[in-house]
Design a protein around this ligand. Sequence first.
Ligand SMILES: NC(=O)c1ccc[n+]([C@@H]2O[C@H](COP(=O)([O-])OP(=O)(O)OC[C@H]3O[C@@H](n4cnc5c(N)ncnc54)[C@H](O)[C@@H]3O)[C@@H](O)[C@H]2O)c1
Length: 287
Amino acid sequence: MMAKARIAVIGAGLMGHGIAQVFALAGHDVSIQDSVAANLDSAKARILANLRDLGDDLSAVERVRPTADLAEAVREADYVVEAVLEDLPLKQKLFVEIEENVRPHTILASNTSVIPITKIMEGLRDRSRALGTHWWNPPYLVPLVEVIGTEWTSQQAIDWTMALHKAAGKMPVHVKKDVPGFVGNRLCDAETVDTVIKASFGRRLAVLGPLENADLVGTDLTLAIHKTVLPDIDNRPHPSPYLEGLVNNGKLGFKSGEGFRSWSTDAQAALRAKVLHHLKKARTADA
Ligand SMILES: NC(=O)c1ccc[n+]([C@@H]2O[C@H](COP(=O)([O-])OP(=O)(O)OC[C@H]3O[C@@H](n4cnc5c(N)ncnc54)[C@H](O)[C@@H]3O)[C@@H](O)[C@H]2O)c1
């Protein structure tokens, strides 16, 4: 059993609220912060709805404390995980501010999809406690968490983070090389590839195709990911012009009603329900 820890989650969007939910359900006290009031204010209701849907302990939501004040959110934390927009300067600035307000041994993690952790954390005074934790959507149903160290990250920070996620029911995998896209978004390590695929997007693939997923998470996030990863792995160094066209024309996926495909409210709800049903069945099979 892992001792009760104080966790701070920065960003209460699709990923942040789900990560907060997992840690609260594991018995930890969780503060959650967001710069957009509507996203912060709805975080507990979204967590409660998820817990109810999954048949999990509803009292977990009482361990989640929303706050709009970043310094206050992180001041007492043992562990801070950031899940704001996929934007390097934003993440760099945020971590500098977080470092000014945390205790000396607090571990700092970014849930970036593909940006190298080395780039996000390079401006910190103490880089030995900084690392990446790459979760998958939805965080409470997809088991994999890639734990990414940099050349500066201490073994102690890696070990503690792996133990934290394992005790919370996740399947952490230590990714030893900080390359854009880590393993799950860039299949580069033969040894862990099978585990990573089966415990991450492989689990969704039977019911959620890649273009449906792009629309579900947003074509804007998908474009941000391609801009970071493709120059490094593809001999065509730019995102697809078709994808850029979608984003430039405001076709952002579910959120605008159209991305690669058109999505009525009913069609969105039906796909979400289908994915959740499939992942819940897989979770039961894991247990
Ligand atoms: N969606 C996915 O499938 C997925 C999977 C793995 C990792 N990620 C990564 O997780 C991160 C978050 O993605 P998401 O899908 O949850 O995005 P999202 O847009 O749903 O949520 C981002 C949240 O960050 C908040 N925010 C923006 N600027 C902020 C600031 N300065 N301070 C505090 N909060 C701020 C926004 O208000 C929003 O609520 C990104 O880095 C993304 O690449 C996403």
